[in-house]
Design a binder for this molecule. Structure first.
Ligand code: ZN
Length: 320
């Protein structure tokens, strides 16, 4: 395993994930107390990576007093339940997900399944969607007692103070931490060097489920005001040039909106647009593509650049 010193008292331990994304970064903060930012998922290889990394810093599992979970995705939150002696912190809008992790994944899977109908997803593919999410249940556990983080909250005792930023979009409750003392931003999956994070799908308290994409783009704007010197992301290597990266991602989505609008043409379902734009996508990635297209379709409908009609139970959108 590898450990990287990224800033004063701040170390990065990349840990295993079985997904196509690069390893999850766990950050270790050393001050009066020892804290972690994210944990990786519950898997023997991830556990070996994390505990091995901690060991090489002279830190034992039970020394960890604080675990900040940046968002409730399994590759970040999964192992938090194993730090039973630590206080676990998570953004207020993701807290319910880790309090009942299997319950959340089942609700999410069921909501995705229901969306396959208006999206026009063929039966064989629609039937596989619930398994994609329920398969993740074994990769994480519930944390009944979490403390909720809110915008503007300050975490102290873990080296220089960290300020909490709520950045909804990738999930409802994603938080980033900003260390004003040296301009370090622990950006989680909101800002990554090479990947545009997939927009979340908000399934609770909203019917039909709503894409997080519009929120995501607004949250990018929140970061623009911050004097970020260096970004420590949830996956991949740290990088500078946060403002340029923000602009790049904004331009990407702006261009995508037009691609989706054109692909809708004289009338297509979300599935047809997605299949047109990503013809060779593998089944397990099809839902990522669908979620992304859905996000752009929602924004285009809102802007009046697409119009919709129902054909049976399938929603058809066309360029307005
Ligand atoms: Zn992630």
């Amino acid at each position: 395993m590898a450990v990287f010193e990224e800033a004063e008292g701040l170390y990065r331990i990349p840990v295993f994930t079985p997904f196509d994304t690069p390893q999850t970064n766990v950050y270790v903060l050393r001050g009066d107390r020892i804290g972690l930012v994210d944990t990786g998922l519950r898997h023997p290889k991830a556990r070996d990576d994390l505990l091995g990394g901690l060991r090489s810093l002279g830190v034992r599992h039970e020394h960890v007093e604080v675990v900040v979970v940046t968002h409730a995705h399994v590759d970040h939150a999964g192992m938090a339940c194993d730090f039973t002696g630590a206080e676990i912190l998570i953004g207020r809008r993701d807290a319910h997900k880790v309090r009942d992790f299997p319950g959340h994944l089942r609700a999410y899977a069921a909501a995705m399944r229901r969306l396959t109908e208006p999206w026009g997803v063929p039966g064989f593919l629609a039937d596989s969607v619930e398994d994609l999410f329920t398969d993740m249940i074994s990769m994480g556990g519930s944390v009944p007692h979490v403390r909720e983080l809110v915008q503007g909250g300050i975490l102290s005792g873990l080296g220089p103070d960290l300020e909490v930023y709520e950045l909804p979009g990738h999930t409802e409750g994603l938080v980033a931490l900003f260390r004003a003392a040296d301009g370090v931003l622990l950006s989680s999956d909101h800002l990554l060097a090479e990947i545009t994070p997939n927009p979340g799908l908000y399934v609770e308290g909203t019917s039909p489920p709503r894409s997080g994409l519009a929120d995501y783009i607004r949250s990018l704007d929140t970061l623009r005001r911050l004097p970020v010197a260096r970004v420590l992301p949830g996956h991949g290597a740290p990088f500078g040039g946060a403002q340029e990266r923000i602009e790049e991602i904004e331009a990407h989505h702006e261009a995508r909106l037009e691609v989706v609008r054109k692909a809708a043409g004289r009338g297509r379902s979300v599935f047809e647009i997605s299949a047109h734009m990503f013809p060779h996508v593998r089944a397990e990635h099809a839902f990522l593509a669908l979620r992304e297209v859905y996000g752009h379709v929602e924004i285009l409908l809102e802007q009046g650049r697409l119009a919709r009609r129902m054909e049976g139970s399938v929603e058809i959108v066309k360029a307005a």
